[in-house]
Each structure stands twice: as structure tokens, then as C-alpha cells.
Design a protein around this ligand. Structure first.
Ligand code: NAP
Length: 294
């Protein structure tokens, strides 16, 4: 991945932000953020940091030592970072993971912008949440952000996962927080029971890694019979931009959305936390799409 951006000027006034991951070479965040900093003429530079898990604590405390404005965290650091900041925003506490740190006056605050990133593309597309039903495939980190976000918007959610225990634990966590039983769960095994649940739902969200590069050709996480044309199908995978699930849904007449705009909106929310300014998300999206073509 190429990070050079000829328009970025580094001076004594430059502020550094970045992403810590292991590995981190695949990240599209440097192009995405640097494009927005350049477009807004802001004195910020976004840098990838390949941080081994054993070095995470030292790297995070280095943010203060170096006077950095903050960082994003990606796999495998999001959960470990929870105990490495001075304060947690409710978004991070709920998600059980930190994807953005802001440093101010030597204090580090952890946030999670995945929930906002997940919701915004849906609301921008005019999706109506209140009182509706959603099915989430998967019960990992992305499912957690999606489940909290949808329940907060007044939706009923069914979690469908191949490991029942993980779905149960997530359902319990969301139900405890929302103080009503908005989430239930089933195991991913029978097409018929899944068809009935999806048949009553307006939204199907894929948060599993099925169909993600380099496994584009693997069978979709659900079969075609389960879908119906009234369904909005949201696949959080962004590479490829059209998974087999999305292709199948589009051919059936469903409204569809891939994970590119979630990636952009979670980044835009982090950008705003660091700079206090709203970026032009179309500039960030173009940078991501360009990065995906490489
Ligand atoms: P994760 O925590 O590892 O969870 C993965 C989930 O997928 C688990 O529930 C797992 O089931 C399930 N799964 C994995 N392989 C499966 C298979 N072959 N069949 C059925 N279920 C399977 O991962 P994550 O962090 O939530 O990320 C999941 C996906 O979301 C990735 O594709 C990631 O790129 C995408 N994502 C996108 C964005 C974005 O901005 N667009 C942000 C975050 C994540 P078990 O519990 O049974 O193992």
C-alpha cells in the first residue's frame, strides 16, 4: 500500500495522528484521513504504526510523550486498549473496544466510532429504524457495534451465529443495557427457521467475514431462499465492494449497502474528535475507493 501524498506539507506545526495495528499495511485509513486533511488544509498527518501486541502499552503511553493528538486502533488492539486509557467514552464502554483515542492535556480518552459509522450510511439512505426488525449474522466485534446501534434506534434484533454461546453473551449484554428484551439469538443451522425470522425483518446485516477478500468465491452466509425483495441487505465487508451476498440481494431487488461507507463514517467521526471539524466524507470515500483499486 502506498501512503505518499505529495500535497501533504509537514512543518513544525504539524500534528500527528495515525493507526496502530498488527499488521497494519492493509489499512486504508492513512489515505482516507490524509485526503481530508489536505482538502481542508489542516496541519495534520496520519501515519500507520505497526505495533506488536506486546508493545501496545508502551506505544499508547508514547502518545502523550510525543504530544500526538490521538490514534485509531485496529486488529488486534481494540479490546486491549480499554485498560490503557485514562477515561472511556460510553461508546467504547458499550462496544467493549476502543477504536479511537484522543489525547488532551496528557489525558487519553477512548472512544468507539464504529456504532456511528455503522448507522450513518443507513440513515443517509433513508432507512427507517423505529419499530422495525433486523437480523444480524455474526456475533463478533462488528455485530456488537451494530446490535447496540440498532437497538438504540428502536429496532428489534435477532443475532444469528454459528457459535450460539457468543450470540447469547452479546444478546444478554445489549438487553441488560437497553433494559428491555430487544435482542434474541439463534444458531446458524436451519434455513427454514432463518427464513421465517428474515421474512419478518426489514434489515439483514452481515457482520461475518464470509465473502471477504481473498475468499470472494465462498458461498454466501445465507441462501437465496432466505431473502425477500422488501429487505435492506447491509454487508459490512468492503473488499470486495459487492460480495456474493450483495450480488444475490441486488438481483432479487433488495436495497443493498456495502461496508465502504461505514469505514468512511467511522473515520469521519474520529476525524471530528481530533480536529473539532466535520470532514467532507465524499473526499474520504474517494480515497478509500482509490485504495481499493490498488
Ligand atoms: P470477529 O470479531 O472475528 O467476528 C466474526 C464473526 O463472524 C463471528 O461471529 C464468527 O462466528 C463469524 N464467522 C466468521 N467466519 C464465519 C463463517 N465462515 N461462517 C459463519 N460465520 C462466520 O470479526 P469482526 O471484527 O466483527 O469483523 C467482521 C467483519 O466485519 C469483517 O469482514 C470486517 O472486515 C467487517 N467490518 C467492517 C467494518 C467497516 O467499517 N466496514 C468495521 C468492522 C468490521 P463465530 O462466533 O462462530 O466464530
Amino acid at each position: 500500500m502506498v501512503y505518499s501524498n505529495a500535497a501533504i506539507e509537514i512543518s513544525g506545526k504539524s500534528q500527528i495522528v495515525g493507526v496502530m495495528g498488527w499488521p497494519v499495511e492493509h489499512s486504508l485509513s492513512p489515505q482516507m484521513h490524509n485526503a481530508a486533511f489536505t482538502e481542508m488544509n489542516l496541519p495534520f498527518v496520519y501515519v500507520p504504526f505497526a505495533v506488536r501486541p506486546a508493545n501496545l502499552e508502551t506505544a499508547i503511553s508514547g502518545l502523550t510523550a510525543l504530544g500526538m493528538r490521538g490514534v485509531n486502533l485496529t486488529i488486534p488492539h481494540k479490546e486491549a486498549a480499554l485498560s490503557l486509557v485514562h477515561e472511556l467514552d460510553e461508546s467504547a464502554a458499550r462496544a467493549g473496544a476502543v477504536n479511537t483515542i484522543v489525547q488532551k492535556d496528557g489525558k487519553l480518552k477512548g472512544y468507539n466510532t464504529d456504532g456511528i459509522g455503522f448507522l450513518k450510511p443507513l440513515s443517509n439512505d433513508g432507512f427507517k429504524f423505529e419499530g422495525g426488525r433486523a437480523v444480524i449474522l455474526g456475533a463478533g466485534g462488528a455485530a456488537r457495534s451494530a446490535a447496540f446501534a440498532l437497538v438504540a434506534q428502536g429496532m428489534h434484533v435477532t443475532l444469528v451465529n454459528r457459535t450460539l454461546e457468543r450470540a447469547r453473551a452479546l444478546a444478554e449484554a445489549v438487553n441488560e443495557w437497553s433494559s428491555n428484551s430487544s435482542v434474541d439469538y439463534v444458531v446458524l443451522n436451519s434455513d427454514e427457521s432463518l427464513r421465517q425470522i428474515v421474512g419478518k425483518s426489514e434489515l439483514l446485516v452481515n457482520t461475518t467475514r464470509v465473502g471477504m477478500h481473498p475468499n470472494e468465491t465462498e458461498p454466501p452466509p445465507v441462501s437465496e431462499e432466505i431473502l425477500h425483495s422488501g429487505l435492506f441487505v447491509y454487508d459490512l465487508v468492503y473488499n470486495p465492494q459487492e460480495t456474493r451476498l450483495l450480488q444475490m440481494a441486488r438481483e432479487l431487488g433488495c436495497r443493498t449497502l456495502n461496508g465502504v461507507r461505514m469505514l468512511v463514517e467511522q473515520g469521519a467521526a474520529a476525524f471530528e474528535l481530533w480536529t473539532g471539524l466535520k470532514p467532507d466524507s465524499s473526499v474520504m470515500e474517494s480515497a478509500v475507493l482509490k485504495g481499493l483499486q490498488r
